[in-house]
Write a protein that binds this ligand. Structure first.
Ligand code: BG6
Length: 505
């Protein structure tokens, strides 16, 4: 049952992730009345010996955009328990606190629900799981549940990830484990299945006959500031590509699931991952920005990539021959995450606009969420308003779309966009933070946007051989200037894979 007294435990409560992401997400759920003081209590747990008020004061500064009284009311819901991650003492105390809360809420109808959010380094996951299992499971006779939410990195390669999965799997059932990948909580990532499967436009086009290449790109315009120690152990492929970008790839490439049942969706994602061919070293470009090694926590001779472009090839009927180019980098020229689906040239082009005029369908995940389509129309200085009011969902916004004809006797074309910019279209709507949605999903018991164990395994299978070659120093990492597009070789690889630079945004 999904009602009754709810206890949310944030483990690692005094750390960065908890302060910056977990507590603010809980606060936003509270503000929107998804969590109410009627039935919810929040517990922070960490090693640091601080009081309830000290924890509240640490969090306060991160709870923005609301009235002071609302912030204070929320903070009053938080209690702090300190203890270690590998002994029973602290967890027994935590259990006592949770039980007291549950007893005080006996009047709330339903059973007891216990959610443990791991804002912790993965090295302590196994011991924390053991402690929860021994000391803190929900024991209500009315039923209810105990769930755990874990964050990446889930291991460093296939073997370490499998070991971690087995250790956790011995203690908790898969239905209790929520592996969070916060990209799955982003508005436009959640939109992908709707876009693809609820719009007739795309159904016949979404395949190798029409699509030339797909790019999934993540850029940040800042480096690894303050996280060099962590980052150097993992690198950009483990930090971004193997998880966030690969999850997006699954949603772009998967077949239509039988229904929206989470297991059916995850089944289809696994099939895509299992169809990815081994990565060819010729289709990989790695980079490291100048100045990365100045960070005192980064080893002097580090070869860790802060940038990578990797081409994946999916061996199935829909995608054979279509490169999926995954690109991610730190300290680049902009902050952006987007999916670019580039269509093939029009056969027998009579306008001579081939290539410059390629159609591209772009989903900008952030910032300024938008979905737009690059079209070819006749070249014109006059703005042409294209309004398609009857088409649901995507093209309800009017804009100009073009490779267009020049007015007069000349016939020439230009390229422009048919555009749904969320900021323009949904002016009074706040797009929820990824973590907000995902935490709500865990409370509701919806695992659709979480990574299943076999998905994780398949994702590591794709990248582990390449990662080992990088770790062994067998792959070259090229230098690039901070604030640039990354190594020039990455653009050459893109062109080789078939991507044609188009005009416009
Ligand atoms: C995290 C990575 O998972 O995602 C960070 O560890 C990265 O290195 C972050 O900065 C990016 O998330 P977002 O939501 O800002 O794109």
């Amino acid at each position: 049952p999904e009602t009754g007294c709810l206890s949310i435990v944030v483990l690692g409560a005094s750390g960065d992730l908890a302060k910056k992401k977990t507590f603010p997400a809980l606060f936003n759920l509270y503000r929107q009345r998804f969590l109410t003081s009627n039935d919810v209590h929040i517990f922070g747990y960490a090693r640091t010996k601080i009081s309830d008020d000290q924890l509240r004061n640490r969090i306060r500064g991160y709870l923005t955009g609301s009235k002071e009284t609302e912030v204070s009311d929320f903070l009053q819901l938080i209690k702090y328990v300190s203890g270690s991650y590998d002994t029973e003492e602290g967890f027994r105390l935590l259990d006592k606190e949770i039980s007291e809360h549950e007893i005080s809420k006996k009047s709330v109808e339903g059973s007891s629900r216990r959610l443990f959010y791991f804002a912790l380094p993965p090295s302590v996951y196994p011991s924390v799981c053991r402690m929860i299992k021994r000391c803190c499971m929900n024991k209500s006779d009315l039923g209810g549940w105990t769930r755990i939410v874990v964050e990446k990195p889930f291991g460093k390669d296939l073997d370490s990830a499998e070991e971690l999965s087995s250790q956790i799997g011995e203690l908790f059932d898969e239905s209790q484990i929520y592996r969070i990948d916060h990209y799955l909580g982003k508005e436009l990532v959640q939109n992908l299945l709707v876009l693809r499967f609820a719009n007739r436009f795309f159904l016949p086009l979404w395949n190798r006959d029409n699509i030339d290449n797909v790019q999934i790109v993540f850029r940040e315009d800042f480096g690894t500031e303050g996280r060099g120690g962590y980052f150097d152990e993992y690198g950009i492929i483990r930090d971004i590509i193997q998880n966030h970008l690969l999850q997006v790839l699954c949603l772009v490439a998967m077949e239509k699931p039988v229904s929206l049942k989470p297991e059916y969706i995850r089944d289809e994602k696994v099939k895509v991952l299992q169809s990815v061919l081994p990565i060819n070293d010729e289709e990989v470009v790695l980079g490291q920005y100048d100045g990365y090694r100045d960070d005192p926590t980064v080893p002097e001779h580090s070869n860790t990539p802060t940038f990578a472009t990797v081409v994946l090839r999916i061996h199935n009927e829909r995608w054979e021959g279509v490169p999926f180019i995954l690109k991610a980098g730190k300290a680049l020229n902009s902050r952006k995450a987007e999916i670019r689906v580039q269509f093939k040239d029009v056969p027998g082009d009579i306008f001579k606009c081939q290539k410059q005029g390629r159609n591209e369908f772009v989903i900008r995940l952030q910032p300024l969420e938008a979905i737009y389509m690059k079209l070819t129309v006749s070249n014109s200085d006059i703005s042409i308003m294209i309004a398609i009011p009857e088409v649901p969902f995507i093209f309800s916004v009017e804009d100009i779309a073009c490779n267009v004809k020049q007015p007069g006797l000349e016939m020439s074309t230009v390229q422009s966009e048919l555009d749904l910019s969320y900021g323009q279209r949904y002016q009074n709507v706040t797009i929820p933070e990824a973590y907000e949605r995902l935490i709500l999903d865990t409370i509701r018991g919806d695992q659709q946007h979480f990574v299943r164990r076999d998905e994780l395994k398949a994702a590591w299978e794709i990248f582990t051989p390449l990662l080992h070659r990088i770790d062994n120093g067998e792959m070259k990492t090229l230098p690039y200037k901070p604030g640039s597009r990354g190594p020039a070789e990455a653009d050459e690889l893109l062109a080789k894979a078939g991507y044609v630079q188009t005009h416009g945004y």
